[in-house]
Every structure is written in C-alpha cells, then in structure tokens.
Design a protein around this ligand. Structure first.
Ligand code: FPP
Length: 253
C-alpha cells in the first residue's frame, strides 16, 4: 500500500471498536479481546510515529464504557496501567508525548497516578502527541466549555461579543491541538459515538470492517491512502479550492 508522504493527515483519531466481537469469534472472553486490543494500540502508535503522523488520538474509554460490568471495567483499568508501565520507555525513546482528554478522576487511583507520571515525564517530547481519550464524552466536553465561558463572562474576563468558533475551541480539552483530519472507526460500525463532536466538523470519516484487535499497519496505510484520494472542500467549491492552491484553512466554513 503506497501513501503520499507529502500529504499526510496531521491528526488521526481512532474509535477502536470490536474487541468483544473479536473475542467471541475466537471463543474467548471479552477481556482477552481487550488484551489483544491493547497490543493493537502498541502497533498503531509505533506505526503512526514511523509514518510521521503528528497527532494520534485514541478513544480508549468512553464515559458510557465505565458502566460496563465491574469485572470488565477493572480489566480495562489494569490493561491501561500495564500499557503505561510497559510503554513509557518506548514513548520516551520515540519522542512521543502522552496527553489525555476526559475525566481521568473517574479512573482507578493507580491508572490516574501512572497517567500523571507518564504525562509529566513525556511533556517535552514533540515528535508525536498521543492523546488517550479516557472517560471521555464529547457532549460533556462541550457543556464544560460552555460553563467555563459563562464563568469568564461573569468574572469580566470575556465579553459575549467576543465568543466565536476559534476561541470556543480554546475552551475544549483539545485546546491547541489541530482538529482531526481523519477519523478511523473499526468493526463495521458507522457512528461517531460522542467522540470529538466539535472537533470533527470537517474530519474525513473512514470506516473499516476490520475488528480493532486485527488492525495492523497495512490497515492504517489503507485508511491514509483513502483519505489522500478525497477532496476536502470545507464547504467551498472545487474551483475555489484550485484557485486557492488547496490551501484552505481548517477553520473556514
Ligand atoms: C471497544 O470494543 C473497545 C473498548 C471499549 C476499549 C478500548 C480498549 C483497548 C483497545 C485496550 C486498552 C487501551 C489502552 C490504551 C491500552 P468493544 O468492547 O465495544 O467491542 P464490541 O463492540 O465488539 O463488544
């Protein structure tokens, strides 16, 4: 699979779906599926770094996922803790910075502690930013931003007339990050599932039937190749894009 290294997506976001179905297909328990899914996380993080992707955001746990049976939630916590313990050295070596979005106070104390440690010790890395969405929900993120804006208005730090699309993005947890160029969702489901709702206004969506535990570098390359065949118009016409030399900024309507 060939991809054009001159027009890589700057930011890839992934909804990693299908761990449970993978386990069922292999007549194993769901937790074995998540374990295999964690291996796929390692592979994809390394592949994105190798290819030269600047931002990778993984939907590792939604707010709703925390409502799954206690045994499954604990297993997911343990896998996250294990991933952080085992991969920290590798993240350092590869110059990858780890960040999170979501409400990490809902995670286990150990996971939280390991996350803070990993965020801290990788804070100066800049080859790639790996963002884990953990106990994350897009609607909650937007509501939280609105509340913060209201507080700033009340505190005379902000005026209503100054509210606009750009500054709103600065109130979200992804502040400072470019919006995703490409969203990949595995396992044949065609939904956004409350992921990065504001940020995905112009994101190219790519759906594959591959179950997350089976997702490999070749599948990632295929998704990037599909992205590269698309014409991103951001609401404009093809002719306008040609005139602008394809250099329309992401924030344009
Ligand atoms: C979706 O599969 C996946 C999740 C809810 C969790 C994702 C977690 C991992 C990939 C492993 C741990 C993460 C890290 C960062 C080490 P599903 O259980 O909804 O699958 P199903 O729809 O087939 O049941």
């Amino acid at each position: 699979m060939k991809i054009n290294m001159n027009s890589l997506p700057q930011h890839i976001a992934i909804i990693m779906d299908g761990n449970g179905r993978w386990a069922k297909q292999h007549t194993m328990g769901r937790i074995r599926g998540h374990k295999k899914g964690a291996q796929a996380v390692r592979t994809v993080v390394r592949s994105c770094r190798e290819i030269g992707i600047k931002h990778l955001t993984l939907f590792a746990l939604s707010t709703e996922n925390l409502g799954r049976p206690q045994e499954e939630v604990s297993a997911l916590m343990s896998l996250l803790e294990e991933y952080l313990s085992k991969e920290l050295k590798e993240l350092q070596k590869q110059g990858i910075r780890l960040t999170t979005i979501g409400e990490i106070e809902h995670l286990s104390a150990t996971a939280k502690e390991k996350l803070l440690q990993a965020k801290d010790s990788t804070a100066n890395n800049d080859r790639m930013i790996l963002t884990l969405a953990l106990s994350y929900g897009g609607r909650d993120e937007i509501i939280f931003a609105v509340k913060k804006i209201m507080q700033d208005i009340k505190g005379n730090k902000l005026k209503i007339k100054d509210i606009n699309k750009d500054m709103f993005g600065g109130y979200l947890q992804t502040a400072g990050m470019p919006d995703p160029d490409l969203l990949i969702r595995t396992s044949g489901e065609y939904r956004i599932s409350n992921f990065l709702l504001w940020q995905m206004a112009y994101t190219e969506l790519y759906f594959t039937d591959v179950l997350w535990p089976d997702f490999k570098k070749e599948d990632l390359m295929q998704a990037i190749a599909s992205y590269q065949k698309r014409e991103r118009r951001f609401g404009l016409t093809s002719e306008q894009l040609d005139n602008n030399n394809n250099s329309i900024s992401l924030n344009q309507d």
